[in-house]
Write a protein that binds this ligand. Structure first.
Ligand SMILES: [Zn+2]
Length: 388
């Protein structure tokens, strides 16, 4: 009989305690900067001398810098500390159609962003990306680069370090990590886009204190990132969260995964475009962005197509609500630009079938346009800031 393995508590060595304290201090600086040593000691509950030692180390490593001095009625003037915004990360958001390469500082502020068409084969993509990355590193030589975070439209298996499921990208099994690490000398972190968006919400969003959260990314397909009991759920082979490929109708249209009638076939951006085309004899189709604009201009067919998509989105979210009972569902995607149109329909669908208690809140991502990119930044910085 197999047993469930319980976490095995080990006594903390002084080294572990030091590492935890360092993360606590670094996080307090991040969230409350500029902040004095005295306030850090007060907020953290650590001894003033411990805080001073950690700060000395963080200044030495150039994670933290001293800024202005404060004024007090009497006594010594405190020096305020803040994160060194010369610390930077490169974020790459790979989507089936386009790829964005961005440079962000330790506070998650974007310094530059460039967009390229996503090549059909990964080798060409790697060649183009490494060229752009070298240029970016060269043109910002005063920055200290912490690493590269990449978000992918598919599932990435941490154990094998391979992209295991990316039906909308259509790339063969390919090692994305090694060539980029070799070309740049920086460590690369890869993650599914929806999981990266969960990290973005947790790190940069308005979700502090929320321990049960699901992010639904809606674009060419639908992905979900699951944060349960304060942790990202990965599942076997990193495949947790594929609600988009749960069939809602076995006789429905064929999906990119090979199945039929999956949730994403009814509720993705592509689905809305299909609904629109089905209602018109017009040749050539608009893009999803065009549909959003058309609907705002009063085009009733575009509005109807988006409404159908919204209903399916809400209905599919019932699976998530019944299965995971999140406090909050955050939606990421172009649709959040027309949230006044989508939000009420989705919320009505979700709350129409609540088993007990109250329905989760459903809200658009904080700064939706850059949610995926923020995720790539969080991927790298969480290594230093997360309380492990
Ligand atoms: Zn599918």
């Amino acid at each position: 009989m197999s047993r469930i393995e319980l976490p095995n508590p080990r006594p903390a060595s002084s080294e572990i305690a030091r590492d935890i304290n360092r993360r606590v201090v670094l996080n307090l600086i991040r969230s409350r900067q500029p902040i004095s040593r005295a306030d850090l000691a007060r907020c953290s509950g650590l001894q003033r001398s411990t805080v001073s030692l950690i700060i000395e180390q963080l200044i030495g490593e150039r994670w933290v810098i001293e800024g202005s001095t404060g004024r007090l009625p009497r006594g010594r003037r405190p020096t305020f500390l803040r994160l060194n915004d010369k610390r930077a990360v490169i974020g790459i958001d790979i989507r089936p159609v386009q790829t964005t390469v961005a440079l962000a500082d330790v506070n998650g502020r974007f310094i530059s962003q460039e967009v390229m068409a996503t090549p059909a084969d990964p080798q060409t993509a790697m060649d183009e990306l490494t060229g752009r990355l070298r240029h970016l590193l060269h043109s910002h030589s005063s920055m200290m680069f912490e690493g590269i975070g990449i978000s992918l439209p598919g599932r990435f298996d941490l154990a094998s370090q391979r992209l295991v499921f990316a039906p909308n990208l259509k790339w063969p099994d390919f090692d994305l990590k090694t060539p980029i690490e070799r070309a740049t000398g920086l460590e690369v972190e890869l993650e599914n886009a929806a999981n990266a968006c969960v990290l973005a919400e947790v790190w940069f969003g308005q979700t502090q204190g929320i321990r049960n959260l699901v992010v639904v990314t809606v674009s060419e397909g639908i992905g979900t990132g699951i944060f349960v009991n304060g942790q990202l759920a990965r599942g076997l082979n990193g495949m947790a969260g594929e609600f988009g490929h749960v069939p809602l109708d076995p006789d429905g249209p064929v999906c990119t995964c090979g199945g039929r009638g999956c949730w994403e076939v009814f509720a993705s951006n592509r689905a809305a475009v299909r609904y629109y085309l089905e209602s018109t004899s017009q040749a050539g189709g608009p893009s999803f962005q065009d549909l959003l604009v058309l609907a705002e201009q009063g085009d009733s067919r575009a509005a109807k197509a988006l409404d159908t998509m919204a209903h399916y989105l809400g209905r599919g979210m019932r699976m998530i609500v019944a299965g995971l009972a999140p406090e909050l569902i955050v939606v990421v995607g172009e649709l959040t630009r027309s949230w006044h149109r989508f939000g009420p329909v989705i919320e009505a669908e979700v709350s129409a079938q609540v088993l007990a208690g109250s329905a989760p809140r459903v809200m658009p991502a904080h700064e939706g346009a850059v949610a995926r990119l923020r995720g790539t930044v969080a991927l790298v910085f969480q290594k230093h800031f997360a309380a492990s």
